[in-house]
Design a protein around this ligand. Structure first.
Ligand code: NAP
Length: 250
């Protein structure tokens, strides 16, 4: 169910991206592992035989740099058949502090670089002849109100807005493009904001998840499916993975 193309994992050093790298290491796939923390990337790469992995340390906060990144992928790896964009940041701040520079900072990493990576990897010289599958990660925050999450939510909602029209266009190149809309998954990112909660707030939040909070592996399994040929007829969709939060009884 896999071809010989390379799968780019942006944000592979920790959290969900690292779990994807773990999950794929049991398959016969080739991966490009990227994030800023080189040491962590080398640890993840050690899961793979040398011929099935490349590490390309990169800071995805500058969308304009991604043409250069794509050149490196072509040089160090080869044709790309999959990409999952797990790089991202979550910032909690009220609307009255959401100045344009702060908004740009969040959108650059969460939104514009994700879109730019889709663009640069879809060029003829880099795209695998069999097509590709790309996955972007959104958040339930884009659909339900939470204090201090407006900018983060907006950066994710923009990704979801991008998906249908872009997927229609990219299907002509046999590229599939889907999004995951995630509830809270236990990673460094979520632990950072949960650590600031009172015990009462935390209990209340956890009670909102009928199946409990997510583990990175729960998400990685679904990403593996979307990357593989088993999902070859699926594109343009936002898939909600939230442990039942959005359908819970009240
Ligand atoms: N965890 C959740 O509850 C949750 C819920 C909804 C949506 N999401 C989304 O899922 C995605 C993954 O989240 P996560 O929970 O796995 O986060 P995480 O544990 O904080 O991991 C984030 C990953 O992104 C990389 N990264 C961050 N800034 C980067 C930059 N400037 N350049 C390159 N890489 C960068 C980090 O590596 P380095 O620090 O080494 O660069 C790390 O590998 C994010 O888009 C997040 O918004 C998460």
């Amino acid at each position: 169910m896999w071809n010989d193309g390379w799968i780019v994992i942006a944000g592979a050093s920790r959290g969900i991206g690292r779990a994807v790298a773990h999950r794929l290491s049991c398959d016969d796939v080739r991966v490009v592992l990227s994030a800023r923390d080189e040491k962590a990337l080398e640890e993840v790469a050690a899961l793979y035989p040398p011929e099935r992995q490349r590490t390309i340390p990169w800071d995805f906060s500058v969308p304009e740099s991604l043409e250069e990144y794509a050149k490196l992928v072509a040089e160090k790896a080869g044709p790309v058949s999959g990409m999952v964009y797990c790089a991202g940041k979550q910032k909690t701040l009220p609307v009255n502090l959401s100045k344009p520079a702060v908004a740009r900072d969040i959108f650059d990493l969460n939104t514009f670089s994700a879109i730019e990576l889709v663009r640069v990897l879809s060029k003829k010289n880099l795209l695998h002849a069999g097509g590709a599958s790309y996955i972007l990660l959104s958040s339930l925050s884009a659909h339900e109100g939470a204090l201090g999450k407006a900018l983060y939510a907006a950066s994710k909602a923009a990704l979801e807005g991008f998906i249908p029209a872009a997927a229609a266009e990219l299907a002509q190149k046999r590229i599939r493009l889907n999004a995951l809309v995630l509830g809270v998954v236990r990673t460094d990112m979520s632990l950072e904001f949960m650590d600031k909660m009172t015990a009462e707030q935390r209990t209340l939040m956890e009670a909102g998840y009928p199946l409990g909070l997510g583990a990175p592996g729960d998400v990685a399994s679904f990403i593996r499916y979307l990357l593989s040929d088993e999902s070859r007829w699926i594109t343009g969709q936002p898939f909600v993975l939230d442990g039942g939060r959005s359908v819970r009884g009240v």
